[in-house]
Design a protein around this ligand. Structure first.
Ligand code: G4P
Length: 527
């Protein structure tokens, strides 16, 4: 198959949601359709269940599972689908943010009873930064849900994106009748049957004024549906695919993932409208997927669970050309030529060595500690892909060595864990002490545990009161120097030596922004 055909048949995306909205369930149903798995329950998420936060064995076990489910590839109707999994636990949100840099589109799952929740908003902000096209699946219609129009308004308002329903539900909860598929012009009748597969019970209904509709869902609900659909047509513009591809308009579907209801309709529409691999931005130029030469970047690094084999898997997204096994590629950061004898691809829960991979595919590379997040591979060109920022962490602690004999091990462990993107390291200008910043409490426990079990080092945490870390820069060198002098005790450098301001309180940050107008305060590392 020609490269261009391989590209156009690929869809690489992530399912994102607030925990418990149904991300895992939906992912599993999608895999069932692809024939990638055959029984429900075969794919467990990498989510760490609530209440297991201090159970380290659970964390380790989940890390193992998450290697297997990091990428789930399958074929559906000649389309090669790659679903990138994202951690369900919000303490690992940073992992999710990075995974979102490797996808071409996103499906957002929302619980129809709860509406838009905190984590969904945060994730949507990341999608917005990259204009990622998003589709919305409103889930759990088998439970009493909010009014569909209210939900649509809520999505529009809270996620700051225009919406266009491509399906519309008929009631919810005990009286849930089904969904009218505006996109396909047919009616899917709700049956709560988990084994339901590709042929759901759908009835063609291009003309919903037909009295026949009443026989399926009763006159009362048929009339209500007609009224609602009239309102949809009056309120929302025609579905505009271009606006969707630009990340400005989200098509919305309704269903019940656990009952495998509405999932086929979502998938059918997805393969038709979702984008194949898109152009990627580098510091130098835009890279087209159809370029003959291979380029790709590492967006995720996964440490091996087995402490006796401390190797890691680096996940590379192919951005252009054809990746080949045993071919030399330039590792741009080190300037070295590297080749991979056993690159792996992921099909559902199986991992296998591959000879070729194409744009949109994710390849697992064996890594002994040389790779970092953001590393670029090319056939010689010195490119650096952009759009893999670090986000300003929210929790901070000093990290101290608890075993003076293991100083080197600790330094190496911290270094490698930071390269993996587990957390961020800052060095205080005031006292040279090392500060770890994370997005969740759990990371501190994970770091301590992994330092001990993988590196034989012991660490101790000490409290530090910081509200926010932000990267600063300015064209006004004098003002920047003045700021750094005055705020000396609140200044630090990140791992790359860049200036970071550690604001004690939101008030101190607001005051600094007010008093130093020429300084730009950034909340992501890429600006
Ligand atoms: P997550 O990955 O987004 O965190 O959510 P997950 O799929 O694990 O779903 C969270 C809970 O919601 C699960 O129940 C799941 O069965 C349920 N669920 C998912 N889709 C639907 C739906 O369409 N309708 C209803 N009523 N429930 C749904 P659980 O009790 O937490 O777990 P489990 O023991 O059932 O696996």
């Amino acid at each position: 198959m020609a490269l261009i055909d391989e590209i156009t048949r690929r869809r690489t995306f992530a399912v994102i949601a607030h925990p418990d909205a149904g991300k895992t369930t939906l992912t599993e149903k999608l895999l069932l359709f692809g024939g990638a798995i055959h029984v429900a329950g075969a794919v467990k998420s990498n989510k760490i269940k609530k209440g297991a936060t201090s159970d380290f064995m659970e964390i380790e076990r989940q890390r193992g599972i998450s290697v297997a489910t990091s990428v789930m590839g399958f074929n559906y109707k000649d389309v090669k689908i790659n679903i990138l999994d994202t951690p369900g636990h919000e303490d690992f949100a940073e992992d999710t943010y990075r995974t979102l840099t490797a996808v071409d589109s996103v499906i957002i799952v929302i619980d129809g009873a709860k509406g838009v929740e905190a984590q969904t908003r945060k994730l949507m902000n990341v999608c917005r930064m990259r204009n990622t096209p998003v589709m919305v699946f409103i889930n759990k219609l088998d439970r009493p849900c909010k009014d569909p129009f209210d939900l649509l308004d809520e999505v529009e308002r809270e996620l700051q994106i225009r919406v266009r329903p491509l399906a519309f539900p008929i009631s919810s909860g005990d009286t849930f009748k089904g969904v009218y598929n505006i996109y396909e012009k047919n009616l899917s009748l709700f049956t709560s049957d988990e084994r339901q597969t590709a042929d759901a019970s759908t009835v063609d209904f291009s003309d919903i004024s037909s009295p026949e509709l009443d026989t399926y869902i009763s006159k009362q609900y048929a009339d209500q549906l007609r009224e609602n659909l009239d309102l949809v047509e009056a309120v929302y513009d025609e579905f505009d695919r271009e606006a969707y591809l630009e990340g400005k308009l989200a098509p919305v579907f309704f269903g019940s993932a656990v009952n495998n209801f509405g999932v086929r309709e979502l998938l059918e529409c997805f393969i038709r409208i979702a984008p194949s691999p898109r152009k990627s931005t580098t510091e130098n130029r835009l890279v087209e997927p159809s370029e003959a030469k291979m380029t790709g970047f590492v967006f995720k690094i996964h440490a091996n669970m087995d402490p006796n084999h401390r190797d890691r898997i680096a996940f590379m997204k192919i951005c252009s050309g054809t990746f080949e096994r045993n071919k030399n590629y330039l590792h741009v950061r080190s300037g070295k030529q590297l080749k991979f004898s056993s690159p792996t691809a992921f099909m559902a829960e199986k991992k296998s060595v591959i000879d070729f991979a194409y744009p949109g595919d994710i390849v697992g590379l064996h890594d002994t500690g040389t790779f970092k997040i953001g590393d670029t591979f090319t056939e010689g060109e010195k490119l650096k892909f952009t759009g893999i920022p670090s986000f300003s962490p929210e929790l901070f602690r000093y990290i101290e060595n608890a075993d003076p004999m293991k100083f080197k091990q600790l330094a190496k462990g911290i270094d490698q864990l930071m390269d993996e993107g587990v957390a961020q390291l800052f060095t205080s200008n005031l006292n040279g002490r090392k500060i770890i910043g994370t997005v969740g409490q759990l990371q501190f426990e994970v770091i301590q545990y992994r330092l001990e079990h993988e590196y034989g080092a012991m660490c101790r945490w000490e409290p530090i009161s910081i509200h926010k870390a932000c990267w600063i820069e300015s064209d006004n060198a004098e003002q920047l120097a003045d700021f750094k002098r005055r705020k000396h005790s609140n200044m630090a450098v990140d791992k790359h030596g860049r200036d970071v301001f550690l604001a004690d309180t939101s008030y101190a940050l607001a005051l600094a922004q007010e008093n130093f107008k020429d300084i730009r305060f950034h909340f992501t590392s890429e600006f």
